[in-house]
Design a protein around this ligand. Structure first.
Ligand SMILES: [Zn+2]
Length: 592
């Protein structure tokens, strides 16, 4: 599959939604951040032992030189035994050469005491926030509840009555096939395999970690996984391969995005897209093999069924492809090895990982000496690899290989490739903005008629997707959270605290430390945009596509109730990556 097909397929929910009436470029161009709030910090707050950062958008003679952090709760607050001082702290603000405009940055890392705080500068107070040890853990139940609220084929009390018991008929033959179950994917009612399988991965990661979090119980996680997985298993055809989606819309339109009468054979029945692209197979194999391993102790028969499904799909598949595909296939083979301990799967995984590692730029391409270690798009396409959702997966796949097969002859190469991506690319690029977020990606020159930030030599970069490449583009939530997963895994594997810190920076942007001072999870933080969620409205814990860019690569976010799906639509990968990232970061902290 070529790259265009891959991107289009992965981002299909948004593509089809856009056809309902994309906002005009001029309107999106103007959705930039206003002059206030000037203070940006994570609305959740900070772990006691983490670096604590504040960014203030200001410059010049009138800019503040310092900020105040004050305990606005009780110094006792039921936490017990902690000293009641300091109640407040004044710290300096230093100018930061930030790509997003004049900014000041400050730190108050030494403040570790559990309490509720508020930061202020003259004329502005921040959102109240916590310093507390369960800061991230206490959000997990909300993020998981979002997945539950997206159940299809059942009543979800308070969200929607029982739905889509008539899913679905094949687009090609018209034949009915039972594919009831699964999860609605986004701000709509469709069931994309690629995106909703990410929910399955997240639930299994959390279950496998053994992490204890308020409101999370292992049996509930397993039950939720099985709700989604009944649908994934039903989507496997007799030849072992799985179909692309249900209700994605016939001919790329939005025609299947509707409630139905739940009666099979009537005019409103939705459709199965019977195409079977490779990356869907890779995701399915990885998911079912992981389920087999994680659920084995809980239900042997069910685990065996999942493993059988994975093996059948693998046997019918042809692993390989471009950089993105190779990351999926490496993870698929590795998951099969971890579930079975059969050496042939380890050999396949190592071969695929070797191909993947070979696509990283170990030299400095494009007449520059600033960055290296990032990926080519494919063996045939030297353009740097970019992806709005799966950008971190190539490095994640190699790290997982190194963790699972630490004594393999190629393990050092896998580790070195990831180190070069992080130290040669991620670290220098995140240093260019005060929020420390990872840009969307690098480019050779200016592939489309809009602004690409010059780096050096032929290389340019953008923080956000180009908006004149095609009509669909979206916010960077999953890209950033995916890098939080990668950085969390790397912090553990390489014992590097700075990776862990940088992981939190990516999540903090999503949770409020951004130029809009907007938290992108419904039910946490403040200034949440109203989500593009046209059927069920607000869902607690739902995470939005997030901040995108305009033609000048300035951050844009619809805070004006414009129903701009590009920035405010909920989407499964965002919740999945959030759960995965918090799981990785918290599990590492508790094992350390
Ligand atoms: Zn439904």
């Amino acid at each position: 599959m070529n790259r265009r097909h891959f991107l289009t397929a992965c981002l299909a929910p948004c593509v089809a939604a856009a056809q309902e009436g994309p906002p005009r470029e001029e309107r999106v161009e103007s959705l930039t951040a206003g002059p206030t709030p000037r203070i940006a910090l994570n609305h959740l707050g900070f772990l006691p032992d983490a670096a604590k950062r504040i960014v203030v958008r200001a410059a010049g003679a009138g800019a503040p030189r310092e900020f105040l952090v004050r305990d606005i709760g009780s110094s006792r607050f039921g936490w017990g035994g902690e000293p009641p001082v300091p109640r407040e702290l004044t710290r300096p603000l230093a100018p930061f050469a930030c790509d997003f405009g004049p900014a000041l940055a400050g730190e108050f890392t030494e403040l570790k005491r559990t309490a509720m705080y508020q930061a202020s500068i003259p004329g502005e107070r921040s959102v109240p926030f916590f310093i507390r040890p369960d800061l991230w853990l206490r959000t997990l139940a909300k993020a998981v509840s979002y997945i539950h609220a997206q159940r299809c084929g059942a009543e979800v009390p308070g969200v929607h009555p029982v739905c889509h018991l008539d899913d679905a008929r094949r687009r090609d033959t018209g034949e009915h096939r039972d594919v009831v179950g699964g999860w609605h994917d986004a701000g709509d009612l469709r069931k994309w395999m690629s995106a909703t399988m990410s929910n399955g991965f997240a639930l299994l990661e959390l279950l496998d970690s053994g992490l204890e979090a308020p409101g999370i119980d292992p049996a509930g996680l397993a039950d939720e996984f099985r709700w989604g997985n009944q649908y994934f298993l039903k989507m496997q055809d007799a030849d072992g391969l799985v179909f692309h989606d249900t209700a994605g819309g016939v001919n790329g339109d939005n025609s299947d995005n509707h409630w139905t009468d739940n009666k099979i054979g009537t005019a409103d029945d939705r459709h199965i897209n019977p195409s079977k692209p490779g990356f869907i197979q890779a995701l399915f194999i990885a998911l079912e093999a992981t389920a087999a391993r994680v659920l084995e102790k809980r239900d042997k028969a069910y685990a065996a069924r999942c493993l059988q499904a994975a093996r059948r799909c693998w046997a019918a598949s042809r692993p390989g492809g471009d950089t993105g595909d190779l990351a999926f296939w490496t993870r698929a083979a590795l998951a099969l090895y971890r579930a079975t301990r059969e050496e042939s799967y380890a050999r396949d995984a190592a071969r695929l990982a070797g191909q993947l590692a070979g696509l990283a730029y170990s030299d400095f391409p494009g007449s520059q000496k600033l960055v290296r270690g990032f990926w080519r798009s494919s063996a045939a396409d030297p353009a740097p690899y970019v992806n709005a959702v799966y950008s971190a997966y190539p490095a994640i796949a190699l790290l997982e290989m190194a963790a699972a097969l630490p004594r393999h002859a190629d393990a050092a190469r896998w580790r070195d490739t990831v180190r070069l991506y992080l130290d040669g690319y991620v670290l220098p690029m995140t240093a260019r903005n005060a929020y420390a977020i990872v840009p969307y990606g690098l480019f050779f020159g200016s592939p489309t008629p809009e602004h690409y930030r010059p780096l050096e030599g032929e290389l340019t970069y953008r923080y956000f997707m180009p908006v004149r490449k095609q009509f669909w583009w979206l916010g960077m939530t999953s890209h950033l959270e995916g890098h939080a997963v990668l950085l969390g895994l790397a912090a553990r594997q390489f014992s590097e605290a700075r990776y862990r810190e940088l992981a939190f920076r990516q999540l903090e942007w999503v949770m409020g430390a951004n130029p809009f001072g907007a938290c992108l999870m419904t039910g946490e933080g403040m200034r949440n945009p109203y989500p593009h969620s046209r059927y069920v409205g607000l869902l607690i814990g739902g995470i939005m596509n997030g901040i995108a860019g305009n033609t000048r690569d300035e951050p844009v976010l619809d805070t004006e109730y414009g129903y701009d799906w590009r920035t405010t639509e909920y989407w499964s990968p965002h919740n999945a990556h959030y759960i995965w990232a918090v799981t990785v970061l918290e599990t590492a902290a508790r094992k350390a």
